[in-house]
Design a protein around this ligand. Structure first.
Ligand code: FES
Ligand code: FES
Length: 151
C-alpha cells in the first residue's frame, strides 16, 4: 500500500484492522491524539485528500493512493500555517489536547467552498465533531473568524 503523508511518500504492509491513528502515531506523528478512540472527540482528526476524518475510525488500509495531512505537516519551512498561527495568537489553546484536531478540522472547514463569512452557527456546526473541555468554544469560533478575515 502506498500513500503520501505530509507530502512524503510512504509504503506500508499492515494488518487490515489497523486504525489510521495507530499507524500515524507509530510513525512518530504524535499530534494525532488518542482520545475516545470511538469517533466522539475529534482529537485524532487528520485530513485524507483534504477531508477531515476521525483517524481512530478510519482504517489505515483505506489510505492507499491518498494524501494524508497531520498537524506536523502544516508548518512549512518552520513557518506556522495561518490556522496554526491564529490558534497560537488567540485564547483557543489551553491544555492543548484538542488543538491538533481542531487545527486540522478548521483547515478543512476554511478550504470548503462557502459563502463568506461563515456564520457563528456554521462554524459551530463545522467543528461539531471536535470536543474541547477547556475553552467553552467561543475563542475557537473567534479564531476561525480571524482566519477568515485574513483570507
Ligand atoms: S480519538 Fe478519534 S474521535 Fe476521539
Ligand atoms: S484546550 Fe483543553 S481540551 Fe481543548
Amino acid at each position: 500500500m502506498e500513500c503520501a503523508i505530509n507530502g512524503s511518500p510512504y509504503q506500508f504492509t499492515l494488518s487490515p484492522a489497523t486504525p489510521l491513528s495507530e499507524l500515524l502515531r507509530s510513525h512518530g506523528l504524535l499530534s494525532v491524539k488518542q482520545g475516545c478512540c470511538v469517533g466522539e472527540c475529534g482529537a485524532c482528526t487528520v485530513l485524507v485528500d483534504g477531508v477531515a476524518v476521525d483517524s481512530c475510525l478510519y482504517l489505515a488500509a483505506w489510505i492507499d493512493g491518498k494524501q494524508i495531512r497531520t498537524l506536523e505537516g502544516e508548518a512549512v519551512g518552520g513557518k506556522l500555517s495561518r490556522v496554526q498561527e491564529a490558534f497560537t495568537q488567540s485564547g483557543a489553546v489551553q491544555c492543548g489536547f484538542c488543538t491538533p484536531g481542531l487545527v486540522m478540522a478548521t483547515t478543512a472547514l476554511l478550504a470548503k467552498p462557502h459563502v463568506k463569512p461563515f456564520t457563528v452557527q456554521e462554524i459551530r456546526r463545522g467543528l461539531a465533531g471536535n470536543l474541547c473541555r477547556c475553552t467553552g468554544y467561543q475563542m475557537i469560533v473567534e479564531t476561525v473568524q480571524a482566519c477568515e478575515e485574513e483570507q
